[in-house]
Design a protein around this ligand. Structure first.
Ligand code: BGP
Length: 475
């Protein structure tokens, strides 16, 4: 065993994340203000674990004062959530702001700042207004991109003097991948072309709001939160390595490259065209993307992704899917979080950091989500009723170890944000897997209770030092 005592760099962010829809609940929301997620829940409740979903969530809308006190208790320096686009507007067509919701956002920001916690916001975390999906086909319409830019400008006008960290989207690839590529989420429509049209519209929307933010000369940073999957080939053989490269093009570089380098990888465009996918970007769109790259990115990192060469020929009667080029691969002997079905390999953090350093100009970034969702967590309560989540402390420590090691090796990472601050609602899994530093007790009026990890995080944040014991062969 070796004991490490690793200091955090000056100003290093130790925060936690969540989103509007996963916490706020529908209190005060008008019927016309459903988001895509709300519509999914209303139309398809049976797929949501035990029937829980966004309707009440953690009731943050009513309990934010109590929760912001708890942010201080667990030592957060920063907290990232989203502003709920679907609620921020009363009328999407006319671009009229809902002053009631906007006032609530203002109070949340002021309460956080008064407690010394810096807010960060995404402008969209799956909260596309359902109205825009129904009437315009969502991101398939350039008009929706323009409405998003208008919404962003209204947000900046109100809060950019107080909030210094902005992100266009959280994980912009996710909704269309689950809905249009894999067809496993409401409204279950397979359409690979639409998948790419949405990817492009979101890349364009990011560039347009970066442009708007800069034109107004706001004093802060603007970027996007991505979920790049650190992807390893099964073997060093050419065919396996090729599978990993192609996976990376379709799922990672499709957002990383436009956001940071201002252009799509040429090889991705060739593969799309060769498979009949035409998302028809205009020269003007490409020029906007080219000239408005982000200041920084957030990378959500949870698990490694492993692939091998495809097991079979892609069937001709099935529409094109990137799976034509790869098959998944389970590493024998892998460490697992069985509740979520995700492999655990903390070294992904180091590998991603080195990739950003070497391939993306060492752009500034934060590890914007990382965490461990555990089922039946109440079983870990001690006699006083506090959840003893030593597994979470171990998970965070090992990921931070690799992050601090990467920073020693020159990575430009400025912070770590845990998913999540409190337990909250996951898409479909709802409250099944608990992620929080703070428990939400569904049996008892959603009462909050700090877990052991919450106390530990507070100490980490105060001492600014990670103490960890690792097997000598761990590295
Ligand atoms: C990320 C999302 C979060 C959160 C997290 C945990 O991909 O940005 O919103 O949900 O994953 O995953 P899950 O909730 O599916 O367990």
């Amino acid at each position: 065993m070796t004991q490490y005592a690793m200091k955090f760099p000056e100003g290093f962010i130790l925060g936690a994340a969540a989103s509007a829809w996963q916490t706020e609940g529908w209190s005060g929301k008008k019927d016309s203000q459903d988001s895509y997620i709300d519509a999914w829940y209303k139309n398809d409740r049976k797929v949501w674990h035990n029937g829980y979903g966004p309707a009440v969530a953690t009731d943050f809308y009513n309990r934010y004062v109590e929760d912001i006190d708890l942010m201080q208790v667990v030592g957060l320096t920063h907290y990232r959530s989203s502003i709920n686009w679907s609620r921020f507007m009363l009328d999407y067509e006319q671009g009229i702001v809902d002053e009631e919701y906007a006032g609530y956002v203002d109070k949340v920001i002021d309460t956080m700042l008064a407690k010394g916690i810096e807010p960060m916001f995404c402008l969209e975390h799956y909260e596309l207004p359902a109205y825009l999906l129904e009437h315009y086909g969502g991101w398939s319409s350039p008009k929706v991109v323009d409405m998003f830019v208008h919404y962003a400008e209204e947000v900046f006008k109100r809060y950019a003097h107080k909030v210094k960290y902005w992100f266009s989207f959280n994980e912009p690839i996710v909704v269309q991948t689950r809905v249009y590529l894999d067809a496993i989420r409401y409204p279950y429509e397979q359409d690979t072309n639409k998948w790419m049209v949405w990817n492009h519209a979101k890349n364009l929307a990011t560039a347009k709001i970066v442009k708007a933010y800069r034109e107004h000369g706001y004093d802060g940073k603007i970027g996007v939160v991505l979920n790049p999957e650190v992807t390893y080939p099964r073997s060093s053989a050419v065919h396996d390595k090729r599978a990993a490269e192609i996976y990376d093009l379709f799922y990672n570089r499709v957002f990383l490259d436009p956001a940071i380098k201002g252009e799509y990888p040429a090889e991705l465009l060739t593969l799309l065209r060769g498979n009949g996918i035409d998302f028809a970007p205009t020269e003007e769109d490409l020029a906007i993307i080219k000239h408005n790259t982000v200041d920084f990115i957030g990378a959500n990192l949870y698990y490694p992704h492993r692939v091998k060469a495809p097991e079979a020929e892609w069937p001709t009667h099935v529409p094109f899917h990137p799976k034509k080029y790869f098959s998944g691969f389970d590493l024998p002997g892998r460490e697992m979080n069985f509740s979520r079905g995700w492999e655990i390999d903390p070294a992904i953090v180091y590998d991603m950091a080195m990739r950003i350093k070497n391939e993306y100009g060492n752009i500034e970034w934060i590890l914007s989500e990382n965490g461990m969702g555990i089922e039946n967590e109440a079983e870990f309560k001690d006699e006083e009723g506090q959840i003893q989540d030593d597994y979470r402390i171990d998970f965070i420590s090992r990921h931070l170890f690799h992050l601090l090691r990467a920073i020693e090796d020159g990575a430009n990472c400025r912070g770590y944000m845990l998913w999540a601050f409190t337990d909250n609602v996951s898409p479909m899994n709802a409250f099944k897997n608990r992620y929080g530093l703070v428990e939400i007790d569904l049996e008892d009026n959603r009462n909050r209770r700090v877990k052991k990890s919450g106390q530990w995080y507070k100490t980490l944040s105060e001492t600014r030092c990670l103490d960890i014991d690792l097997d000598d062969e761990y590295r």
